[in-house]
Design a protein around this ligand. Structure first.
Ligand code: ZN
Length: 425
């Protein structure tokens, strides 16, 4: 599907790839492999409501990673999906009397414009679930054939033939074990599974936590040709698994998303891929923290959303929103406040003022400092503090007649900050 347009960052003097990120699966902060190229999959939105700051925080986090790799001269392949058919989307469409396709198209368009405003680099492949049903069907058929997926018989009100993934069969056939990706305890998994789309009480399942792979046709629901599975629509986790396997190496470098995707989503996307071909899904599973408002996680279901589009309409500058997001470490859970946005706007103004007294060599120094901070598990708050220190030094200088001439080996501070941090000064 159509992606969005963000200018690619200017080339910076190449910095070595020293990046260490926190991998949820191994619970360690480490280099995700010696890379000649990098590949990234970040789970996209289910387009039934506009981009809130929790989403923005996740996509800006992985934009930092994308920019870091590019600045190291690594070719990057970045894939993001749009879950443009799923229960919450269909439920919202039915409740508001809007066609589900129109709802999805409108909300996806709003997401694209929010990403463009926040200067998030566009993915190389932006793919909708509805565009990749054939890939899912092929993947599910392969899992049925190798015994890690099974059809569930119909019961009261449910038709015959929904296909589920067998946790127990996959554990017997692969290195994957339940919990090895998301690292949640059995009790935590049992608690969040029904909250995040799971159906533990569905009769006929072998294990209550087995996730849905293929939902056969129901009256009034959109359906696609499912080959030997029968007409129906894809489950959520297999969608990302099938898309990643088609468009990225196996394993790819980093699987990203919000920490609420640790389980069941990333746990099972990874399990489906491994059950299919025996290889891990990704080298590292990286998770961004949750943004809260008034003591609660910001979420569609709670309805306590601060929307990027609303902040922009109220006159907030996109660069200030981005600065506010980056002033919190990506792995922390934190609270959004209007005061944070005001502080970030003042900070941005100080950096811009300091450009007037920039000296030759400042850009290279800022590049080194920002690169060092980001290398340590994408420590954006430390990178911004480096900018504060530079701005303080620059502000103490007398006004200069001519700003230094930037060159490929001596980039201006504005180029470095725009390139690595995506903040337009
Ligand atoms: Zn996903």
């Amino acid at each position: 599907m159509e992606s969005w347009n963000t200018p690619l960052p200017a080339l910076l003097p190449v910095q070595p790839d020293r990046l260490k990120v926190h991998d949820t699966a191994t619970q360690s902060t480490r280099h995700p492999g010696n890379l000649a190229e990098a590949s990234l999959y970040v789970c996209g939105i289910t387009p039934y409501d506009a981009t809130h700051l929790g989403h923005a925080n996740t996509y800006v986090t992985f934009d930092l990673l994308n920019r870091y790799w590019r600045s190291c001269g690594l070719p990057v392949t970045y894939v993001q999906n749009v879950t443009d058919v799923d229960d919450p989307l269909l439920e919202r469409a039915a409740a508001t009397g809007v066609d589900w396709r129109e709802l999805a198209a409108g909300q996806t368009e709003l997401f694209r414009s929010d990403m463009e405003a926040l200067n998030v680099l566009a993915p190389d492949h932006y793919v909708g679930a509805t565009e990749t049903v054939d890939w899912v069907v092929e993947s599910v058929e392969a899992l049925v054939a190798n015994g890690t997926a099974y059809p569930v018989p119909g019961t009261d009100g449910e038709p015959d033939g929904d296909v589920y993934f067998s946790i127990d069969a996959a554990e017997g056939a692969t290195d994957w074990t339940l919990g090895s990706i998301g690292r949640l305890s059995a009790a935590e998994m049992g608690e969040v599974f029904p909250e995040r789309g799971g159906d533990p009480d569905r009769p006929g399942k072998r294990n209550p936590l087995d996730p849905l792979l293929w939902r056969v046709a129901r009256p009034g629901e959109p359906t696609w040709d499912g080959g030997t599975l029968g007409a129906g629509r894809p489950g959520w986790h297999i969608e990302c698994s099938a898309i990643a396997r088609r468009l990225l190496p196996a394993p790819f470098t980093v699987q990203g998303g919000g920490s609420d995707l640790r389980f069941p989503h990333h746990e099972f996307s990874a399990a489906h891929a491994t059950a299919g071909d025996g290889k891990p899904l990704a080298r590292a599973f990286v998770h961004a923290g949750m943004v809260g408002l008034d003591g609660e996680k910001m979420s569609k279901s709670l309805g306590n959303l601060v929307l990027v589009s609303n902040l922009l309409r109220q006159g907030a500058e996109a660069a200030a929103i981005r600065t506010a997001l980056l002033s919190n470490h990506y792995r922390s859970d934190w609270e959004w406040t209007p005061a944070l946005l005001e502080r970030s706007a003042r900070r941005l103004a100080r950096w811009r003022q300091a450009l007037a007294t920039e000296e030759a060599g400042d850009g290279v120094a800022v590049l080194g400092a920002v690169h060092r901070a980001l290398s340590a598990d994408l420590d954006a708050p430390a990178a911004l503090e480096e900018l504060d220190r530079w701005a303080e030094r620059a502000a103490a200088r007398p006004a200069v007649e001519a700003v230094p001439e930037p060159g490929p080996d001596a980039p201006a501070v504005r180029t470095v900050v725009g390139g690595l941090l995506g903040i337009a000064l």
